[in-house]
Design a protein around this ligand. Structure first.
Ligand SMILES: Nc1ncnc2c1ncn2[C@@H]1O[C@H](COP(=O)(O)OP(=O)(O)O)[C@@H](O)[C@H]1O
Ligand SMILES: [Mg+2]
Length: 511
């Protein structure tokens, strides 16, 4: 067996900024061809470590060996010469230049070649794109590409420079679920080509899916190095947060039995069929099942974004027609959608503007102008209440971590005090600390009398938060668990078994 070689050996690295010890005696070794995940909550020092290895920042103390060479005060160029490439969160692409130029430019500069040979530029770009097996037109400007595709361009630019080690700093923050899947596949493909990847993330599911080894950092200290096979996501969460994560079980204790929302025989061909359900004040109704079960489409219908073919919706006993989100909002209905990056937040706007968006009507003064003082005060309050980690209320939402974006979105709705609040898979890809906080908010809203519909694939999440649960497969309600049934100590196993039975090839419970 070939001897395992180390690309980077970093020993006892410390880094302090004015007033902050970003890293404290951290030692990390990166082996050739491995996928190492650097995991830790926001602000723990992950990016600082990357910057030090890449020669962007100088450590306050410590020793760095790259490819067997002792580095002292190395520059970014030194790192690049050793085959180290970093994809920072901002990607550093030239937006007004073409795909081909962006991929090839650094290589040509490095080799001291002219930047004008179109044939060579295109060849470099094509070769790099082939390496990751994607097809993006060479002549379009980068600014016309989606964020996911821009990221691929940044990866190709690194590959064109013969990267042997690629750092990716929180690459999935602005991606949708599908885009994350394809990115993770590309990372696995790089590894198959012998390229080492250091994948930085605070998202447990991503880390567990691709890592060979995991290094956990907390508050600037290394907590440990683990082989991916010796750690599970519960332990990982514990190491990242230092807290045992136990979720508070919700139980409803309101006397009021009136139905806040009632849906009768609602049908939308191809989405869901003959769905009936009701939500009382103080209910957290779980909607679980399988992806594609029709839950999202149902929620969108209740929010006026997916017109049902037949059936009825009642809100507080009155039959209603909800043809638009405006209608829904007027009735006191809020929705945190599945793809928050696409539908829920204005990423290019500040926390302040996002919070204001849900309550525009209340903030409009006599002449229809938004009362900016009031809006700012509300945003500040939301940042405090929801512990959103931002510099101030003018911070752009798009620059926040997933957990903080989600909290901003929930804060936005909370500011408008909806009667019925629907949350579609609100904790997917969110760090464990934010997850527990989101549960706390949902339960608090419900205990204050809000009615909640929580859509989730995670049975553990459903069991911790919901006092009633509906399971859907393939557009149909197949089972409703009552408040009594939810008190069964084996309820988690029972729901799990039912959901498992609905998976393809397992003899689905519905035809
Ligand atoms: N240039 C800087 N000046 C001052 N403090 C910084 C600077 N860069 C990072 N920090 C601080 O160092 C700590 C670690 O930050 P960072 O490495 O960016 O964390 P992570 O990438 O894990 O979220 C944080 O407290 C952050 O505020
Ligand atoms: Mg970072």
């Amino acid at each position: 067996m070939a001897e395992e070689k180390n690309i980077v050996v970093a020993e006892h690295i410390s880094k302090s900024y004015v007033g902050v010890q970003a890293l404290n005696d951290v030692s990390i070794t990166i082996k050739e061809g491995e996928i190492k995940c650097l995991a830790g909550e926001n602000g723990c020092g992950k990016s600082t470590f990357v910057k030090i290895i890449a020669g962007v920042e100088e450590p306050t103390a410590g020793r760095i060996v790259i490819n067997g060479k002792e580095m002292t005060k190395h520059t970014t160029k030194d790192a690049i010469d050793e085959g180290i490439q970093v994809i920072f969160q901002d990607l550093s692409l030239f937006h007004a230049m073409s795909v081909a130029e962006n991929i090839a430019m650094n290589k040509l500069v490095k080799e001291g070649k002219p930047l004008t040979n179109k044939k060579e530029i295109e060849k470099i770009a094509r070769d790099a794109l082939n390496l990751i097996g994607v097809d993006i037109p060479l002549d379009v400007q980068v600014q016309e590409l989606s964020i996911a595709n821009r990221q691929l361009i940044a990866i190709c630019r690194a590959l064109a420079l013969d990267a042997r080690l690629l750092f990716m700093d929180e690459p999935t923050t602005a991606l949708t679920k599908n885009e994350v899947d394809s990115l993770l596949n590309i990372v696995l493909g790089l590894k198959a080509r012998g390229i080492a990847v250091v994948f930085i993330s605070h998202k447990l599911d991503e880390v567990m899916r691709i890592a060979d080894s995991i290094t956990v950092i907390r508050d600037g200290h290394k907590i440990g190095d683990f082989a991916a096979s010796e750690i599970d996501s519960k332990k990982l969460a514990y190491y990242m947060t230092g807290r045992q994560v136990d979720y508070q079980q919700y139980s409803r204790n309101l006397e009021n039995e009136e139905k806040l929302l009632e849906v009768r025989n609602l049908t939308k061909k191809g989405n869901y069929e003959d769905v009936s359900l009701s939500v009382r004040k103080g209910d957290i109704l779980g909607l679980t099942g399988l992806l594609g079960a029709g839950r999202t489409e149902l929620a969108l219908s209740i929010f006026g974004l997916n017109k049902p073919d037949s059936g009825e919706i009642y809100m507080e006993g009155k039959k209603v027609t909800i043809s638009s989100p405006d209608d829904a909002i007027d009735l006191g209905i809020g929705l945190v959608p599945e793809e928050r990056a696409l539908q829920g937040l204005f990423l290019q706007k500040s926390v302040n503007e996002n919070v204001a968006a849900a309550i525009l009507k209340r903030l409009k003064g006599l002449f229809g102008n938004i009362d900016s003082g009031k809006s700012r005060a509300l945003a500040k309050e939301a940042i405090d209440t929801f512990r959103i980690k931002v510099y101030n209320e003018d911070t752009l939402v798009g620059t926040l971590s997933g957990g903080n974006q989600q909290k901003a979105l929930i804060a936005r709705w909370a500011a408008s005090s909806p009667k019925l609040f629907m949350l579609d898979t609100p904790t997917v890809g969110i760090d464990i600390g934010s997850k527990a906080e989101i549960y706390e908010y949902i339960q608090k809203f419900a205990s204050e009398g809000m009615g909640i519909i929580l859509i989730s694939d995670e049975v553990e999440e459903i069991v911790a938060n919901c006092n009633r649960v509906i399971v859907m497969f393939d557009g149909h309600v197949v089972k409703e668990y009552t408040e009594e049934e939810m008190k069964d100590p084996d309820i988690k196993e029972k729901i799990n078994a039912l959901v498992e039975s609905g998976k393809p090839g397992k003899g689905a419970a519905v035809s």
